[in-house]
Design a protein around this ligand. Structure first.
Ligand SMILES: Cc1cc2nc3c(=O)[nH]c(=O)nc-3n(C[C@H](O)[C@H](O)[C@H](O)COP(=O)(O)OP(=O)(O)OC[C@H]3O[C@@H](n4cnc5c(N)ncnc54)[C@H](O)[C@@H]3O)c2cc1C
Length: 391
């Protein structure tokens, strides 16, 4: 039986392991962190396309059970002007699961629990430092703790700062810092700005803000805040108090509830850098391949990174099922995925530019967005969310 080494126990890693099992391929997951992953404080949406890919491997149930629906989005200008509303749950198939909101930590936990329940080994504390193809087309992975693992192929699901990407192509481009921090917070001490299952998106004069409410009334919010790229340590050293002050300072003066939501938030504030990675020239070698954020990463604006990682995982497993020679399977996977994921990265970058502050942008947006929403634009597109992986 083919044996796959999966590097990274994030979203792509856990889903790939389950999809490979369905394809009759044995897999082990190696995760750098002792528990979960870093930056688990943010929340995200898994759209209908991501949920449908999870459904292919029968893993959608636990995600649904630990999340809440994201049915629609309302847009406001920083002046308080309502720009429109549109549904997020766009799907031609009534049996589909619509978009779901949950924290990244919950998504990791649920997918890991489900993988373990299926008998898949997830090894923590295993940070890949090197890998090489040995003579008989086997691959040996070396970890920071001095241990090794050998398999027929290695799948780099090791995220935006992927080591596997560099092993496949030492000249691979670095992720681009978009110049934005995404700050997320959670508070029960304020009235939710929107109805349940609804996202309120505000094009503030100095920062873009979004919020939704969990079923228990807790408000989950994020703000895209311009700032310099810092080291991991420097970013972690910024306190909740400092982020609150920074975000409130940017939102104060807008005629919206955003600043009050942030002001009402206590310690539960986290921030991360927003990166993207438009085109990675080489996705695979004879024995190694990259998926998810390791291969392509979109700025968070389109909110499709997790869904793309899930789709990648299922498509790759299907290609490996149908083509026993890894290199051919990797080529087929790239052919099926590259155009779609690069389009998502481009779309997300465009959304990031459109949501950036600026008087001219605001004037154009206040006129154009209501028209675009009327025509069905202003959010997720059918080409994105109607996509289905055929198993
Ligand atoms: C603030 C924010 C909001 C977002 N919102 C959304 C959203 O609403 N919807 C959406 O779909 N996406 C969203 N995303 C993007 C989404 O989180 C990513 O696209 C997704 O997590 C990618 O999954 P992945 O498995 O490829 O990478 P990751 O989830 O980053 O997982 C990579 C894993 O590999 C491990 N790892 C790294 N290096 C090594 C190594 N050398 N050895 C072993 N293990 C290693 C890491 O610890 C981690 O567990 C958001 C991202 C951010 C930052």
């Amino acid at each position: 039986m083919t044996n796959a080494l999966i590097i990274g126990g994030g979203i792509a890693g856990a889903v790939t392991a389950m999809a490979l099992q369905k394809a009759g391929i044995d897999a082990e997951v190696f995760e750098a962190y002792e528990t979960g992953a870093d930056d688990v404080g943010a929340f995200l949406v898994v759209f209908a396309n991501g949920m449908a890919a999870l459904r292919v491997i029968g893993a959608h149930g636990p995600v649904v059970a630990n999340s809440f629906p994201a049915e629609r989005v309302e847009f406001y200008s920083g002046t308080g002007k309502r720009l429109g509303e549109r549904p997020l749950a766009r799907s031609a198939d009534a049996t589909d699961v619509g978009p779901r909101t949950l924290t990244r930590a919950t998504l990791y936990r649920v997918l890991h629990d489900e993988a373990r329940r299926r008998g898949i080994a997830v090894r923590h504390g295993k940070r890949l430092v090197a890998a090489e193809t040995v003579s008989d087309r086997r691959v040996v992975a070396s970890f920071g703790d001095g241990s090794h693992a050998e398999g027929d192929l290695l799948i780099g699901a090791d995220g935006i700062h992927s080591v596997v990407r560099k092993l496949i192509d030492p000249a691979a481009p670095r992720p681009r810092y978009t110049g934005q921090n995404t700050v997320c917070g959670y508070t029960r001490d304020v009235k939710p700005p929107s109805a349940p299952d609804t996202y309120t998106m505000i094009y503030g004069r100095r920062a873009f803000f979004g919020a939704t409410a969990a079923p228990d009334g807790e408000v989950w919010w994020f703000a895209n805040v311009p700032g310099p790229e810092r080291s991991r340590q420097d970013l972690a050293a910024v306190t909740a108090d400092q982020w609150r002050h920074r975000v409130v300072a940017l939102l104060d003066g807008d005629r919206t509830p955003a600043a009050d939501v942030v002001r009402a938030t206590g310690e539960h504030i986290v921030a991360s850098h927003a990166y993207d990675l438009a085109a990675t020239p080489r996705w695979f070698s004879d024995t190694m391949v990259i998926i998810g954020d390791a291969a392509h990463a979109a700025a968070p604006n389109a909110a499709q990174g997790a869904s793309m990682a899930i789709e990648d995982a299922v498509v790759l497993a299907k290609c490996l099922r149908d083509r026993p020679e890894p290199r051919r399977a990797f080529g087929a996977y790239e052919e099926l995925r590259r155009a779609r994921v690069e389009r998502v990265v481009a779309q997300s970058a465009l959304m990031a530019r459109r949501s950036a502050p600026g008087t001219l942008r605001r004037l154009v947006r206040d006129v154009m967005l209501p028209r675009s929403v009327e025509r069905g634009g202003g959010g997720a597109d059918a080409w994105l969310t109607d996509y289905r992986v055929e198993w």
